[in-house]
Design a protein around this ligand. Structure first.
Ligand code: SAH
Ligand code: DHB
Ligand code: MG
Length: 221
């Protein structure tokens, strides 16, 4: 077995061992695949981790940057109480259309709004007086420093910010790699370290989506 197939087999085992059967999420992935969307959603165990973080936090307002077909959106939206709200930002109208169908089929259309446009254009339109309890950053990684800055502006002490794909198969630690997404992730981490209002860590992950990681940030002040 290569590492990748072993990681995928363990993910399949863990999903089977710990997660209930989920025909709604299975159908969401099938519709995304049939519509030609890339298979880059979070894995089932990662999706459930997002759901659990939202519930541990008691999140009532959630912001997601990068919707794709709404797979992570559904995991997060399910963590909300009935009067909770999730806003998810997506650049590609075709992705947003698939996501809206998946969100509706998951019974979350009343709580979830998909806003189409470049996130740097839609973020300034969000009300600053209704802070989010949880922000999930998962869009174009070169803009991560901007997304972190916006997330901080739109949250309050006690809020949680999670950033996906911060390791990228180890490229983040390769000094010779200056690809825009690598530069964006590193610059975001520099901002986080210099920011007295947050405390953060990052954890490497392996699984069906390869070798990557996430950054977990608590807004403290
Ligand atoms: N969160 C999803 C995966 C998101 S993939 C999940 O885990 O299920 C990244 C998404 O970000 C893609 O759909 C892509 O179109 C979108 N994206 C890329 N650039 C963007 C931008 N500038 N603003 C908003 N969304 C963007
Ligand atoms: C990729 C994976 C992601 O989870 C994402 O949000 C964007 C891109 C990728 O593997 O290319
Ligand atoms: Mg991602």
């Amino acid at each position: 077995m290569t590492d990748q197939s072993l990681w995928a087999a363990v993910d399949a085992h863990l999903t089977d061992a710990l997660l209930p059967a989920d025909p709604v999420l299975d159908a969401a992935l099938r519709r995304s695949h049939d519509a030609g969307l890339p298979a880059i959603a979070v894995s089932p165990p990662q999706g459930r981790m997002l759901n659990l973080i939202a519930r541990i936090r008691g999140a009532r307002r959630i912001l997601e940057i990068g919707t794709l077909g709404g797979y992570s959106t559904i995991w997060l939206g399910r963590a909300l109480p009935h009067d909770g709200r999730l806003t998810t930002l997506e650049f590609d109208p075709a992705h947003a259309e698939v996501a809206r169908a998946n969100i509706a089929d998951a019974g979350l259309a009343d709580r979830v709004e998909v806003r189409v446009g470049a996130a740097l254009d839609t973020l300034p339109t969000l009300p600053a007086d209704e802070p989010f309890d949880l922000v999930f950053i998962d869009a174009d990684k070169n803009n991560n420093p901007h997304y972190f800055t916006w997330a901080l502006k739109l949250t309050r002490p006690g809020s949680v910010i999670v950033v996906d794909n911060v390791v990228r198969a180890g490229k983040i630690a390769d000094p010779a790699d200056d690809s825009p997404f690598v530069v964006g992730i590193r610059a975001m981490h520099e901002l986080i370290k210099a920011e007295p209002r947050v405390e953060a860590t990052a954890v490497q992950t392996v699984g069906e989506k390869g070798y990557d990681g996430f950054t977990l940030i608590l807004v403290t002040g």
